[in-house]
Design a binder for this molecule. Structure first.
Ligand code: OX2
Length: 805
């Protein structure tokens, strides 16, 4: 868009008056933020309206991306950048004596996601808008996002994330587009004209109120919509009968119970507990989403028979898989379709992404629960199951009861959501090549055998606009200086940087930018934690959810080992390193919380040990979120991607670090493999067991962690230090971790990979000393990172799954 500085200043000053009732002199930072955000939304509005109008006219396929999580990050700066007016605003504000970054910092980040899955949904939304794909995000407007993490005495403490405490400057509430979602009750079946009729009775109604957030395409005048739904009571705000009796809690009980549906995001990443409230959240999302889509489709005048030709509904993992029976319900009960046609329309409309093979993350709902809260939906799932089992019986598995019960959607009083998603959709994709292969050959092998055409791979991607252009402006600008700005529209042209990988002048610039970003980070650490870190040390970062399979403990063991070596010989020549950790643990995940305490205890001991002369520092930065990630990625020298091979479906942090020039130390897991294939083995440090070896170990149970413990004295020393008083905690503080590794035979193969990890870390120490070589590697990584832009991934989804390009 076009706005000049004078116009902007005038608009801003006026906005401050109209929105906040203040003049510049009296306005505080919050006033300035809300005035600027509101003005930016005004600027966006025109494009938003035009985009919606155009989508209606164009007759193109509309994509609805259903996700329980959207981790979009702060929006002010990125929206200004997408509008192409960031510089003008910055200048205008400067003239007024104001600083854009200071104002932008006060924005509250919507933490509506746990980690990779939610951030992926955000990157995809960004890419769809930028590519001009009519894509809508559909999610929940949780009143409280992922908890705020504070570290107290080394322990994680959780606090409510009050991101809506003031107001959300970007959203527009649309009460007139609210829909009713029904829970509970019973279904009456009647017969009329040879057709069964299903009438849902005695249900409880909840209102789903949409709030729309603009998703601004990058300098293309397109603005898509992220629709977040909030639960409200239908009509009766409170009960006068109880109120008059002075029973205030009772008077508001219904309202509270209803609204609780959209209160809190479940803080579990790759883990499902099967709780009723979560089930209600999931159905609330899909029912309101699907109802609105059908309504707006009907307004277009087209026949519902053709629904799937104009609408794709994509489900982000199985969490929104109830969209399948919900669409069937609407088509049959409300629109009068017969089963066969409703089934066909639904299957062709829905596609599904699987994000994990870990058993504890696979959703299973208790039959009685679904029956009670969603009686009609249960009937439909039963029907799908019956027809599917019959199909198996009549085709491939005649007489094979075991096979059929293994593949059934309903078995052992449970509904398996992955099976429902596979049977009721036309496409199932994994999120990296290895992950998709494991789905096809192992975890979902039986389904692949009968539906090979449904399975496909779509390796994850990240938005290079947020993860380079916005978070690392200095690097972005030097890249444009050397290869021109075309990489912003076509990220694969970052490859042109390879030409400069041996250019000393270019490399020096890259070095200086990294130093600048490291200094910025070090200053934050000093200010916030009063810890001095050496910006000339290697910044070695592991930032992600705390999970046993991600193996933060392996990283810790290596640090302890280095520390032991230094205690033995304080003059040991190791390159100074700062180990930085960040990430949240699910509040009920005991070992993950112990791991946080372990990192902090180790940090306390090492950071205060003068004997090792500041060669090592260990930091745990609290409250990892998108905002912190935007500071961390540009400051990293080393990116830790050390999951147990086969367990990390893809990873996306790996791509963000790489894009900012960090060197990855990694197992050949998830998308690490594809990163390694791009940059070549000289530009990434690979260690550890290969997928085949891990699968073999799991299959034949050939692994004994006690043997490894007894054979490797370095490892034995480190392990014993967990429980012998070496760390400044009670002796049994880390017994849980210790036992999981020895008594429980180390499910995630930490001990098995330790030796090779130490070797790989020694390689890093050597390589970093060769500045020229290191920078060459760093440039190579940046150059190939364009291949992991979510624009490319979304193009593949659009062409190969949605048929929308
Ligand atoms: C995550 C996966 O663990 C991660 O490997 C992947 O990169 C990300 O999704 C995006 O695809 N919950 N979170 C995930 O899976 C589940 C389930």
């Amino acid at each position: 868009m076009r706005v000049n500085k004078d116009q902007f200043i005038e608009d801003f000053v006026n906005k401050l008056v109209s929105k906040r009732g203040k003049k510049i002199k009296e306005a505080n930072l919050l006033d300035k933020y809300y005035a600027l955000a509101s003005l930016t939304r005004d600027y966006i509005a025109e494009y938003w309206v035009n985009t919606n109008e155009r989508y209606l006219k164009d007759n193109k396929k509309q994509i609805y991306y259903f996700s329980m999580e959207f981790l979009i990050g702060k929006l002010l700066i990125s929206n200004l950048m997408s509008l192409g007016i960031k510089e003008v605003c910055e200048d205008g504000l400067k003239d007024l004596g104001l600083d854009l970054n200071e104002i932008a910092e006060i924005e509250k980040e919507p933490g509506l996601g746990n980690g990779g899955l939610g951030r992926l949904a955000a990157c995809f939304s960004d890419s769809m808008a930028t590519l001009g794909i009519p894509g809508y995000g559909v999610g929940i407007r949780y009143k409280y996002g992922l908890f705020q993490q504070k570290i107290m005495e080394g322990y994680q403490e959780e606090f409510p994330d009050q991101w809506l405490k003031y107001e959300n400057a970007w959203e527009i509430k649309r009460p007139s587009e609210s829909v009713e979602v029904k829970f509970g009750g019973n279904v009456i079946i009647t017969q009329k004209d040879n057709r069964l009729k299903f009438v849902h009775e005695n249900y409880e109604s909840i209102l789903a109120v949409p709030y729309d957030i603009p998703i601004v395409g990058y300098k293309n005048n397109i603005v898509n919509t992220l629709r977040l739904l909030s639960a409200e009571v239908m009509d009766k705000e409170f009960d006068y009968y109880h109120f008059n009796k002075g029973e205030y809690t009772k008077a508001f009980e219904d309202k509270y119970n209803t609204e609780a549906i959209s209160y809190v995001l479940y803080p579990d990443d790759s883990y499902e507990k099967g709780k009723i409230l979560r089930l209600k959240q999931e159905y609330f999302l899909v029912s309101s989403g699907v109802q609105s889509i059908v309504e707006s489709f009907k307004k277009s005048g087209k026949h519902l028979k053709e629904f799937y030709k104009y609408v794709s509904i994509h489900i982000n993992d199985t969490h929104p898989a109830l969209a399948i029976p919900e669409l069937i319900r609407i088509l049959i009960d409300e629109e009068g379709f017969g089963w066969d046609e409703a089934w066909k329309i639904t299957k062709h409309t829905i596609s599904y992404t699987n994000h994990t093979i870990m058993a504890e993350a696979l959703e299973k709902w208790n039959v009685d629960m679904i029956k009670k809260f969603l009686p009609r939906i249960f009937m439909i799932i039963e029907e799908i199951n019956e027809r599917f089992c019959k199909e198996l019986w009549n085709t491939k598995y005649n007489g094979d009861f075991d096979k059929i019960s293994e593949m059934a959607i309903i078995a052992d009083n449970q509904i398996k959501m992955a099976h429902l998603a596979i049977v009721g959709s036309h496409s199932i994709n994994g999120v990296a090549k290895l992950h998709t292969e494991i789905l096809k050959r192992k975890e979902l092998k039986e389904f692949y055998n009968i539906y090979p055409e449904k399975f496909n791979n779509k390796t994850n991607g990240i938005s290079h606009r947020r993860w380079l252009l916005k978070c690392n402006p200095k690097l972005a600008s030097v890249i444009s200086e050397y290869i021109g700005p075309s990489w912003i529209d076509s990220p694969e042209s970052l490859m042109n940087l390879l030409e400069f990988k041996k250019d000393p002048c270019f490399k020096e610039k890259i070095y200086k930018i990294k130093q600048y970003n490291k200094n910025k980070f070090a200053n934050m650490v000093k200010e916030k934690y009063s810890i001095e870190i050496n910006p000339n040390s290697i910044f070695d970062i592991q930032a992600k959810r705390i999970h046993e399979y991600k193996r933060q403990v392996l990283n810790v063991f290596h640090i302890m080992h280095l520390y032991n070596k230094l205690l033995e010989n304080p003059n040991l020549d190791i390159y100074p390193r700062t180990f930085i950790f960040a990430g949240k643990a699910a509040p009920g995940y005991y070992i993950a919380k112990e791991t946080i305490k372990l990192i902090n205890s180790l940090g306390k001991k090492i950071n205060n040990d003068y004997r090792i002369k500041d060669k090592l520092k260990v930091l745990f930065i609290e409250d990892y979120n998108i905002t912190l990630a935007e500071l961390l990625m540009p400051a990293a020298d080393v990116s830790e991607q050390i999951s147990t091979t086969t367990k990390e479906a893809s990873g996306t942090g790996n791509m963000k670090f790489m894009m900012n020039g960090a060197i990855t130390i990694a197992t050949l897991d998830g998308a690490n493999i594809e990163i390694a294939n791009e940059v070549g083995e000289d530009n990434i440090i690979i260690f550890g067991l290969k997928a085949k070896e891990v699968l073999e170990i799991y299959k034949n149970n050939t692994h004994n962690s006690i043997d490894i413990y007894n054979e490797d004295i370095r490892l034995k020393t480190v392990m014993d230090e967990l429980i012998n008083g070496f760390l400044p905690v009670s002796m049994d503080e880390f017994k849980g971790i210790y036992d999981s590794l020895l008594k429980d035979n180390d499910k995630y193969l930490v001990l098995k990979d330790f030796c090779d990890y130490v070797r790989a870390q020694e390689k890093i120490d050597k390589l970093y000393r060769n500045k020229s070589k290191w920078l060459e590697m760093s440039v190579t990584n940046i150059a190939y990172s364009g291949k992991f832009s979510s624009d490319k991934t979304i193009e593949e989804y659009a062409k190969e799954i949605w048929g929308a390009l």
